[in-house]
Each structure stands twice: as C-alpha cells, then as structure tokens.
Design a binder for this molecule. Sequence first.
Ligand SMILES: [Zn+2]
Length: 66
Amino acid sequence: MANHNLMPCPFCGNHDQKWMRILINDENEKSVRCCKCNADGPIHKFKTLAVRAWNQRKPIEVQDGN
Ligand SMILES: [Zn+2]
C-alpha cells in the first residue's frame, strides 16, 4: 500500500494508515476516509488534493466553551 503521508484522523485520532483509505467515488471525486470512525475528508478532484485537504484539517481540539 502506498504511503500517502496522511495525518492522524482529526476525529478519532487514529494514526494507523492501515485504517486510512482513499475513496474514489467518481473520476472527479476523491476523498480520504478514516475507516475507524468513518470520517470522510473533503472531496477533491485529485487524490493529492484530497490528501492535502485531509492533512490540513484541524486536529481535535477540546472545546472549552469560552
Ligand atoms: Zn477516525
């Protein structure tokens, strides 16, 4: 499996790339999915952009309510 250098899942914190999958929904729609929590990253036309978008998502931050 190619290493896409995916950042940990921003939702569940999974960093095991075995659980990361590049979804190819359509010729023009690719996204990264975390198969642990079924979170989908932003859809992009190119895999590289989908990976980049995933990697740029903010990590989980505790909402402190302030
Ligand atoms: Zn996840």
